[in-house]
Design a protein around this ligand. Structure first.
Ligand code: PLP
Length: 486
């Protein structure tokens, strides 16, 4: 039996706690109806389902113990580069709860408050990013990217250049969703190399900028955590050949309240509300990825957009050349309430402090990582995250696994792809100095122990319910349900 399934088998799952006849509660017996007439005899169970029979206390312990096996921002430091795992303030949840009884099919005049909130959030996000209009529709960063690139495609088509423009330029350090998005929208992806200073190689970019290019997708700061200092020149070069500049807003935490993609020359942005704006990251959802555009792209926004007529708020489906709907109703409403709450609680000055502390914390950690013997390949003042490499002879994966034994989530590993053995660290502004120091001290302990006993690192983690997985198999053939013996 492989190691992971052995460990899996040892979990005290709820089926093992089961004892015949034990119950958490006793629902009233159903009224006897002729179920076979109602449902069809062939649809009735012949035998009761095999469910665990447990007390309420067993049930509560089962789920609580499962919850404790998770790493989460509420329990552990989680400096996962590029993902901005910052604290999700509990007041956001209170605010979202205020709206829990609304139904998306309610008449507009009965949900004016909710629409006002969405309208104001559109405005806030437009102000924060320097864009002219926002749609709150998309359900994730990647989904926002798709909306953005589809708008750019619609824009070129409307100008009669749809056929001619078939290329999207993407830097070699880009997040995988960028080339995936471009390909999904039917474009050929051409890579732009990173220069020796860790920024987009401007000469290489210019050489690739032809009238065939529909868009250039960038994030700033880039995936090395470095600010693209030539961004204004890049924007001018892209616009000179008629291409649009797309801003991947996943790294907005570094500049929020201080600099705006709209002012840098970007035409479209998406935002990850679960990164910069403290809505929860869920296992694949519920994300929210609003898109913002400059005025010339407003007519292509996904619908509906929340609009205001006099004192009345309404859902505007009448966007002349809309790319259509990206999601049901008006987007992921609960998260939009959370993000609105965060923005309004912090205000202009508060948001500015967010990026200040995010950058300060990351630079502090960069210096401390260097003391520990890590290499920082592009070693200059970074933004909200930095990329490091482990001391000679050590593997990033092994260090990351060892950190789990200490209740600390590792950094992002092996990304960006342009740095060997990369470790991408993003502490965020919500960690205190003490918690950053504890992170570094734990790393120091791990390195010391590895030096004394080289086999130790290769064997980590030792304390987790599941140890080293075949990660490809775990992703492709996950075993998600309990299998009965025999
Ligand atoms: C997280 C991230 C994305 C994708 O966003 P999702 O919300 O996870 O779909 C895109 N680009 C970068 C740089 C990211 O960090």
């Amino acid at each position: 039996m492989p190691e992971w399934s052995q460990a899996h088998a040892q979990l005290p799952l709820i089926f093992e706690r089961s004892r015949a006849g034990r119950r958490a509660s006793q629902p009233p017996a159903p009224e006897q109806a002729d179920l076979s007439a109602l449902l069809g005899a062939e649809n009735l169970r012949q035998a009761p389902p095999r469910l665990p029979e447990v007390s309420e206390l067993d049930l509560v312990r089962h789920y609580t113990q499962l919850a404790h096996r998770q790493m989460s921002i509420d329990a552990n430091i989680y400096p996962l580069g590029s993902c901005t795992m910052k604290y999700n303030p509990k007041v956001n949840e209170e605010a979202a709860k205020l709206f829990q009884d609304l139904h998306p099919y309610q008449a507009e005049e009965t949900v004016q408050g909710a629409l006002q909130l969405l309208f104001e959030l559109q405005g806030d996000l437009a102000t924060i990013t320097g864009m002219d209009a926002v749609s709150l529709q998309p359900a994730a960063g990647a989904h926002g990217e798709l909306a953005g690139i589809l708008m750019i495609r619609a824009y070129h088509r409307a100008r009669g250049e749809g056929e001619q423009r078939r290329i999207v330029l993407v830097p070699d350090g880009a997040h995988g969703t960028n080339p995936a998005t471009a390909a999904m929208a039917g474009y050929a992806v051409v890579e732009v190399p990173t220069g020796p200073d860790g920024e987009v190689d401007l000469a290489a970019l210019k050489a690739r900028l032809t009238p065939e290019v529909a868009a250039v997708m960038l994030t700033n700061p880039n995936t090395l955590g470095l600010f693209e200092r030539r961004i204004v020149e890049i924007a001018a070069a892209a616009h000179a050949v008629g291409a649009q500049l797309y801003y991947d807003g996943a790294n907005l935490n570094a500049i929020v309240g201080r600099a705006r993609p709209g002012d840098m020359g970007f035409d479209v942005v998406h935002l990850n509300l679960h990164k910069t704006f403290t809505t929860p990251h869920g296992g694949g959802g519920p994300g929210t990825g609003p898109v913002g555009v400059k005025a010339h792209l407003r007519e292509f926004l996904p619908v509906p957009v929340v609009a205001k007529d006099g004192e009345r708020y309404y859902l505007d489906e009448d966007v002349p050349n809309t790319i259509g709907r990206m999601r049901s109703f008006y987007g992921n409403f609960g998260n939009l309430v959370r993000a609105y709450t965060y923005i309004r609680a912090l205000g202009r000055e508060g948001l500015r402090e967010v990026s200040g502390y995010a950058v300060l914390n990351a630079n502090y950690l960069r210096m401390r990582f260097k003391e520990l013997g890590f290499t920082v390949p592009f070693d200059r003042v970074n933004m909200h995250e930095f990329v490091a490499q482990p001391p000679a002879g050590l593997r990033t994966l092994d260090i990351a696994k060892a950190q789990l034994d200490h209740g600390m989530h590792p950094a992002t590993v092996y990304f960006p792809l342009i740095v060997k053995e990369a470790l991408m660290v993003e502490p965020t502004e919500t960690e205190s100095l003490e918690s950053l120091d504890a992170y570094v001290e734990t790393l120091a302990e791990i390195l010391e122990r590895a030096a004394a006993d080289p086999a130790y690192l290769r064997g980590a983690p030792y304390s987790t319910p599941v140890r080293r997985l075949d990660e490809v198999r775990a992703a492709r053939q996950p075993v998600l349900r309990y299998a009965f013996e025999g």
